[in-house]
Every structure is written in structure tokens, then in C-alpha cells.
Design a protein around this ligand. Structure first.
Ligand SMILES: NC(=O)C1=CN([C@@H]2O[C@H](COP(=O)(O)OP(=O)(O)OC[C@H]3O[C@@H](n4cnc5c(N)ncnc54)[C@H](OP(=O)(O)O)[C@@H]3O)[C@@H](O)[C@H]2O)C=CC1
Ligand SMILES: CC(=O)[C@@H](O)[C@H](O)COP(=O)(O)O
Ligand SMILES: [Mn+2]
Length: 391
């Protein structure tokens, strides 16, 4: 029986992971830890259903509610960032890292230290601290399996290949909610409009990041960090159908594409069954009925986030942590109606200008303390930038 934990179990990726676990033959998995945030009812219900050892909410003020919801179940309850780290340090064979945002980094690092296989949906970990996470996993003998659909696609296309023979990585993008809007209308985009993805059913934050292309910006950096491929070989390509998830171009001109329905259970299932393949209950595509795949270049004016990602990929160091933190603050400000849709990219650019070129950050090693410091400074600078923007 494989011991598994799911961090971010109450979210979109977490629920899809538990759906696959629930469908597996009885006795396949022993659930160690499930974690969530505000959704105590869901966390407790799943902890009972899967007879988890421990359920952890990120929020200390929710501990009493979690204890009440778990009363009589035998499931341990805990709360707060330290409890998340402690749960991640518990021995497990396979850990899903699906907390949203930089908050996922430290539990992911703890899990990697145990030598567990780390199924990594939390792309922010690689953006903020790629070399640290990869080295931590390497030192402990932990395998990181990308779960982000594009990166799972690239990973699958690279099986048996030499990464030195890769000429280019093409990361596809749906283009998000506003891909066909007139440019002049983008400033009026509302939170509700940005929260509706054309193809994927995901959490609100990544859905809005898809509309702004910040999701793809994070993914370009994620690809550079994970696969160790030079920035100039990595490109984004708009593919409105979200059926081709990525393409890998080799030095002989051949392209290997990964094709599948827009259902994250495919990438999660691949990571769950790896190094084997197992059945996954996703729709089987009827290619004759689909007829065609379409592609187009992303417009620079519509998606300023992509140029910011290029800058971060070139700069390296702690600029990824700065970029991600500024993006998280700008996104929260947009969701709270404090800034407009287009101002998100403006805020991130200003923070990069102000923070990431600082010499002390540029030359700093990517340690957890330095990542935390860069994250903190970027959030402070973003808050000041947002305050000025609304004044
Ligand atoms: N959804 C998708 O299809 C894809 C997602 N990803 C990545 O996977 C990750 C999860 O995305 P998604 O599932 O959509 O997100 P959701 O918002 O649906 O879920 C996020 C999860 O994290 C928990 N959480 C929120 N804030 C914190 C915090 N501060 N500390 C600890 N836990 C917290 C939430 O708890 P609660 O809900 O109880 O508050 C929930 O369990 C992200 O990094 C995203 O970029 C990558 C590819 C595809
Ligand atoms: C499912 C997944 O991996 C998401 O990251 C997806 O890529 C979002 O869609 P966009 O292509 O619109 O960013
Ligand atoms: Mn993706």
C-alpha cells in the first residue's frame, strides 16, 4: 500500500487527486496527510472518507472548527504553517503539492527532504526557488514529477530522450478569457469575467492568471527551472482549444506533441502511476470530430506578462521570487477591486524595476531565508505601488 499525502486537498487539483485515489482498487493507498485552508467542511469530510492520519488547515483560527468537524473520527487535527511543515515531514511515498501560491514552497521542500516522490502542481515553488527545491530533492533522493499540464506533457515527450538534443519547448496557452476581446476593452475587465476560463475548470487565482497570461509567464520560468533549458529555447504559443498541451522540438526538426482533453486528472494520473501508466477516467478524444487544432502567436500588447517573464528568466537569481510575490499581491488587489485588470502587469513591472535589480538580491544565493526576504520585500513594494495607484 502506498502512503500518500495531498497538500491543497480542498482545491481544484487536490479534489481531482482524491477523485483518482477514490477510484483506485481498495487498499492501493494509505492517506497520511490532507491539508486545506478555509474550507473546513470539505477538509474534514475527505479526511474522514479517506481515514487520513492527520488533517491540517493553514489557518490557526480554524483549528477549533476542524477539531469539531473531526470529533470521533480518530483523525488528528492541526493548523498553521508549522503544522503544514510537520505534516509534510511525515514519511510518505508520494506527495501532491497543490497549495496555491508561494505558501506551497515550504511544505514542498519538507516533503522533498523525506525522499518522497513529489507531484508538483505548485509551479510557484519552481519560480521562487527552483534551484533550492531541485537540489533539496536530489540530495534526499526525491523525484519531482511536474503536474502542471504543459510540463507533464514535456516530461512525457522527453522520456528516453537526451535533453541536450532539445531545440525548443513550446508551451501552449489557451489565451484566457479575453483572448478575443478588443485591446481597448481590456481595462474594463471585471473579476467575474476574468474568473471564467474558456476550457479548464480551475481555482480562481490561476484562472485569472490565465486571462492575464501571468500563468503562462510563470510556466515559462517553471520550464526553464525544471528542465534546465535556455530561456531562448522556450516559447509560448496560443492554442485556443487546449488539447495540445506542449510540444518538444528536437535537433532533427521533429516535434513531439502531447495531446489530451483539458482534464487535469490526466497529468495527475500520470504522476500517480509513474513510472508505469495506469487507467485514468478522462474523455477519449474523437480527433475526426475535432477536425483541426489551431495555433497563433501571443500578442505582446495583449499579454505584457510574457515580456516580464523573459526578463526574469534572463536575470535569474531571486527575481523569480520577486516576480511571483508581486504578481500574487497584484492579483489579490485585482480580486478585491483595488486595481484594474491591466494594472496587474504595471504593478509587477514597477516592483521588478524597484527590487529585483538590487545588488544584494542579484548576488544572493537561493536559500530559503533569501527567498523569504525577497518575497517579503516584493510584497511590501507591491503594496506601496498599489496604494499609490489607487490614491
Ligand atoms: N487547477 C488546475 O487545474 C491547475 C493548478 N495548478 C497549480 O496548482 C496549485 C493549486 O491550484 P488550484 O487547485 O487551482 O487552486 P485552488 O484555489 O483550487 O486550491 C488551492 C488549495 O490551497 C489551499 N490554500 C489556499 N491558501 C493557502 C495557504 N496560504 N496555505 C496553505 N494552503 C492554502 C486551499 O484551501 P481552501 O480552498 O480550503 O481555502 C486549497 O486547498 C497552484 O499552484 C496552481 O498554479 C497547475 C496546473 C493546473
Ligand atoms: C491546466 C493547466 O495546466 C493550467 O495551467 C492551464 O495551462 C491554464 O490554461 P492557460 O493555457 O489559459 O494558462
Ligand atoms: Mn498549466
Amino acid at each position: 500500500m502506498r502512503r500518500i499525502s495531498v497538500f491543497g486537498a480542498t482545491g481544484s487539483i487536490g479534489r481531482n487527486t482524491l477523485d483518482l485515489v477514490a477510484r483506485a482498487p481498495r487498499g492501493s493507498y494509505d492517506v497520511v496527510a490532507l491539508t486545506g485552508g478555509a474550507n473546513i467542511a470539505r477538509l474534514a469530510a475527505d479526511a474522514r472518507r479517506f481515514n487520513a492520519e492527520i488533517a491540517v488547515t493553514a489557518y490557526p483560527e480554524k483549528l477549533d472548527a476542524l477539531r469539531d468537524a473531526l470529533a470521533g473520527s480518530g483523525v488528528e487535527a492541526a493548523a498553521g504553517p508549522e503544522a503544514l511543515r510537520e505534516a509534510a515531514a511525515r514519511p510518505a511515498d508520494w506527495v501532491m503539492s497543490a497549495i496555491v501560491g508561494a505558501a506551497g514552497l515550504e511544505p514542498g521542500l519538507e516533503a522533498a527532504k523525506t525522499g518522497a516522490t513529489l507531484a508538483l502542481a505548485n509551479k510557484e515553488s519552481l519560480v521562487c526557488a527552483g534551484p533550492l527545491l531541485i537540489e533539496t530533492a536530489r540530495a534526499a533522493g526525491s523525484t519531482i514529477l511536474p503536474v502542471d499540464s504543459e510540463h507533464s506533457a514535456v516530461f512525457q515527450a522527453l522520456v528516453g530522450e537526451d535533453v541536450a538534443r532539445v531545440e525548443r519547448l513550446i508551451i501552449t496557452a489557451s489565451g484566457g478569457a479575453f483572448r478575443d476581446w478588443p485591446l481597448e476593452k481590456l481595462a474594463t475587465a471585471t473579476v467575474a469575467q476574468a474568473s471564467s476560463h474558456p476550457n479548464w475548470d480551475m481555482g480562481q487565482r490561476i484562472t485569472i492568471d490565465s486571462a492575464s497570461m501571468f500563468n503562462k509567464a510563470l510556466e515559462l520560468i517553471e520550464a526553464k527551472e525544471f528542465f534546465g533549458i535556455a530561456p531562448e529555447k522556450i516559447e509560448a504559443l496560443v492554442h485556443p482549444e487546449s488539447l495540445v498541451h506542449a510540444l518538444v522540438g528536437f535537433c532533427d526538426g521533429g516535434l513531439m506533441a502531447h495531446v489530451g482533453p483539458p482534464d487535469m486528472r490526466h497529468a495527475i494520473g500520470y504522476a500517480l502511476h509513474w513510472p508505469d501508466r495506469g487507467p485514468v477516467p478522462v474523455e477519449r478524444l474523437d480527433l475526426a470530430a475535432i477536425g483541426r487544432f489551431t495555433f497563433r502567436a501571443p500578442e505582446a500588447a495583449r499579454y505584457p506578462a510574457l515580456a516580464l517573464a523573459r526578463r526574469v528568466m534572463e536575470q535569474g537569481g531571486l527575481s523569480g521570487a520577486v516576480f511571483n510575490a508581486a504578481k500574487e499581491e497584484a492579483l489579490t488587489a485585482f480580486i478585491e477591486n483595488r486595481i484594474g485588470f491591466l494594472q496587474m502587469a504595471e504593478v509587477v513591472e514597477r516592483v521588478l524595476d524597484a527590487v529585483s535589480a538590487r545588488e544584494d538580491l542579484e548576488n544572493a544565493v537561493i536559500s530559503l531565508d533569501n527567498v523569504r526576504a525577497a518575497d517579503h520585500l516584493a510584497r511590501q513594494t507591491a503594496a506601496e505601488t498599489i496604494a499609490r495607484a489607487v490614491a
